[in-house]
Design a protein around this ligand. Structure first.
Ligand code: 2P0
Length: 334
């Protein structure tokens, strides 16, 4: 079986000596319009299906990295974390892939400007920024598809956070995963708006990593997922090319609800929704009946993200006064 260390060695050619004092990088959060749910290899985070996302441009992770001796020092949002903190442990385990000797340790300072509790996976922007910062520190000069492979080994969705805009992560078929990386799409959707609704800021009871496993192994409707993703991709790519935000919203909402249906049908069942989640969905559906072109997507958590055209923005803000609106392809208004 191919190990993560073999992939890292192949890509970095043992170039694990810093060529500058500090590496720095920024990477955006991404929201999947077609979701990644289910793996064919959990060490390399190789997915069962393709997925497609849009970057949130101004919301992301900024990371600085340098080397030291002793132990890894990991600072998250200004707080130095204990070495037994789960975030430190996961980060250090990933960094084990990049040490020239066991004594080589890293100082990491990472900041997420993601709104607290909005249910935005900071692991996506986090691992993408970390890989970009390592590339800067070690001077690998890898191209973005190679960096996407390295980021994917940290967290699957991070493979898509190397770019702004629309990004397609191709599942690939190779057992070493060297064909499983993301590629940016050329199209832009300047009128696209994403609305973030924070319904609960509590930590989710089960990680997406564990949730995917439970769904794939849990006698669920999961076998229907791959054909559905294939059909959704075949529909959404032309809709993107035509700049048809309504159709993009329709497909994305169907895809997200289908993903949650696979979880709910697992045994034991998995449901990330809270009563507020369902109430919000009903509010959106009722408003849509009244003519508001707005769709929902949900990730592995209870919070809802809205997909709409800028022309609907005032109505969306009236319906959801607390919504945080992001312009993935333009300047954010104050
Ligand atoms: C996505 N999610 O496509 C989907 C939709 C959650 C629901 O990617 O185990 O944190 O690190 O590969 O990347 C969350 O999964 O999982 C995710 P790992 P990751 O955005």
């Amino acid at each position: 079986m191919i190990r993560a260390q073999d992939i890292v060695t192949q890509l970095t050619s043992h170039q694990l000596t810093p060529n500058k004092s500090e590496g720095t990088a920024y990477a955006p959060v991404n929201i999947a319009l077609i979701k990644y749910w289910g793996k064919r290899n959990s060490e390399l985070n190789l997915p069962i299906t393709d997925s497609l996302s849009v970057g949130l441009r101004t919301l992301g992770t900024q990371t600085r990295i340098s080397i030291c001796a002793g132990q890894d020092q990991i600072t998250l949002n200004g707080l130095l974390l204990a070495t037994d903190h789960p975030f430190s442990q996961r980060t250090s385990r990933y960094l084990d892939l990049f040490r020239s000797s066991p004594a080589m340790r890293f100082v990491i300072d990472t900041k997420n400007d993601v709104p607290t509790g909005a249910g935005l996976a900071s692991s996506a922007s986090g691992y993408a920024a970390l890989v970009l910062a390592l590339n800067d520190l070690f001077g690998w000069q890898l191209d973005k598809s190679q960096l996407s492979v390295l980021a994917r080994i940290g967290s699957g969705s991070a493979s898509r956070s190397l770019w702004d805009g629309l990004v397609h992560w191709q599942a690939g078929t190779q057992s070493d995963g060297m064909d499983s990386y993301a590629v940016p799409l050329n199209q832009t959707l300047p009128d696209l708006r994403i609305g973030l609704l924070t319904l609960s800021a509590k930590a989710k009871p089960i990680s997406s990593r564990a949730g995917m496993k439970q769904t794939v192994e849990g006698l669920s409707l999961y076998p229907a997922w791959k054909p559905m993703v294939d059909a959704h991709l075949a529909q959404i790519i032309p809709a993107i090319e035509q700049g048809n935000i309504q159709e993009i919203g329709q497909i994305a909402e169907h895809n997200a609800l289908a993903m949650h249906a696979t979880m709910m049908s697992a045994f034991p069942a998995l449901c990330y929704w809270l009563p507020e989640t369902l109430a919000t969905l009903h509010t959106i559906w009722a408003a849509r009946e009244q003519g508001l072109p707005c769709w929902a997507t949900l990730d592995a958590g209870p919070n809802v993200k809205l997909i709409f055209d800028q022309a609907a923005q005032a109505d969306v803000e009236r319906l959801f006064p607390d919504v945080q609106i992001v312009r993935p392809f333009g300047i954010n208004l104050p």
